[in-house]
Design a protein around this ligand. Structure first.
Ligand SMILES: *Cc1c(COP(=O)(O)O)cnc(C)c1O
Length: 398
């Protein structure tokens, strides 16, 4: 069947919640994707920060195949070895104490909201606690995660949300202070805002919020779903500043393609929040998903993925800075490691469409920002190839 016929079939069967790019992807290899007509694309999106190890990693694929033949699912009423190993490894790399596995990022966000409310409830028995989240944030599409998402257009048609959410501005400590009340139980933010246009929290802001939270026994929750798992050169973006949260979320690259997420907490929260019967999931933490996590973390270590992100991330930054300098339509480069954004003075859709045509997969973050989230195994030669195509797109759009 031709690509066009597949697309027509898709549009007559799938609920139209995405304006998809006109390409049917078929297979991947390393940092390359191929459509069903065999055309190659250099991938600078990695399925929105998911495929950290690149495509068709044999060791990863073999580990999944072996687990399929062994045991796919048990339910959480029984122990399974991959979940135990995955939790142990996650504790090691994060320094957190307790792990709950979910099936997605949004579910991890739901989990931290519940844990924060329960923590506060156990202190004073009240049910009117508030959470402060950030404007322009993105935390997922389920009702709780949507309620803490600071982009009104995502929320409006679905109001009322879960309630008792207040919004402050990232990197504006006074705006956080002005939202604090005696009901505040948590402050939630992405350590680096992704969908909102690649805005890193500043170290000073994070430190101030952390100090305030400690002083008032408010929980600091960091959403590391997009910026975590090596993307900024450390396992988790907050480790660059050494500002440890009370709870954090992970997903996306955690399973490198297998749908899985997690929320983690310190012992302080673990011992005084969700207890037996308070929270659950049928699939979350199943042996298949957890075998993926175990192998991903093993390969991160074995292949020096964090070092590669530091090295190639610095190179990407430098090339994007030069690009920005040479193109007055670029207003700013933001980001760290292999999580970068270029803000233009105009909509970036024409650039992204032109890039696709020329065999480069890019994505936006808001109307005016091109977002770069390549696989974490991307090399400098791929950065050069990407910049070459971006230059051609820019020439075409001027
Ligand atoms: C993608 C994302 C989510 C939602 O994850 P899903 O797996 O799509 O539910 C939440 N928070 C952040 C920061 C994200 O980037």
């Amino acid at each position: 069947m031709s690509m066009r016929s597949y697309i027509d079939e898709a549009e007559s069967a799938l609920l139209h919640t995405y304006n998809r790019y006109p390409v049917v992807l078929d297979k991947g290899d390393g940092v390359s994707l191929y459509d069903i007509e065999g055309k190659r694309y250099l991938d600078f999106v990695s399925g929105i920060g998911v495929f950290a190890l690149g495509y068709h990693n044999e060791e990863y694929n073999d580990a999944l195949k072996a687990q399929i033949d062994k045991l796919l699912h048990t339910s959480n009423y029984y122990y399974n070895v991959p979940a135990i190993e995955a939790a142990k490894k996650l504790k090691e790399i994060s320094g957190m104490d307790r792990v709950f596995f979910t099936n997605s990022g949004a579910e991890a966000v739901e989990g931290v909201i519940k844990a924060a409310r329960k923590y506060a409830y156990l202190k004073d028995g009240k049910t009117d606690h508030e959470i402060i989240a950030m404007n322009h944030s993105f935390h997922g599409r389920t009702m709780g995660a949507l309620s803490v998402t600071g982009t009104p257009k995502y929320r409006e048609a679905f109001e009322p949300g879960i309630g008792n959410i207040r919004f402050a501005d990232l990197n504006d400590f006074d705006s956080v202070l002005s939202q604090i009340t005696d009901k505040t139980c948590a402050v939630l933010m992405e350590t680096v805002q992704g969908e909102g246009g690649i805005h890193p929290a500043s170290e000073e802001f994070l430190r101030s919020v952390k100090a305030l939270c400690e002083e008032r026994d408010i929980l600091l929750i960091l959403d590391e779903i997009q910026c975590g798992m090596g993307r900024t050169g450390e396992y988790f973006a907050w480790q660059r500043y050494g500002v440890k949260p009370d709870m954090m979320t992970s997903a996306k690259a955690l399973g490198c393609g297998v749908p899985v997420g997690a929320f983690l907490m310190t012992e302080k929260v673990g011992a005084h929040s969700l207890q037996a019967g308070d929270h659950g999931t049928t699939y979350g933490g199943n042996p298949f998903a957890c075998a993926a996590i175990v192998k991903v973390l093993e390969l991160f270590e074995k292949n020096g993925v964090l070092d590669n992100v530091k090295r190639v991330g610095a190179y990407l930054e430098q090339r994007l800075d030069s690009f920005a300098k040479a193109h007055p339509e670029v207003k700013e480069r933001r980001g760290t490691g292999l999580m970068q954004g270029l803000e233009f003075d105009r909509p970036v859709a024409p650039y992204i469409n032109a890039a696709l045509e020329k065999g480069l997969i890019l994505i936006n973050a808001g109307q005016n920002v091109i977002r770069f989230l390549p696989p974490l195994v991307t090399g400098e030669e791929h950065v050069d190839e990407m910049i070459g195509i971006l230059e051609a797109c820019a020439a075409q759009n001027n």
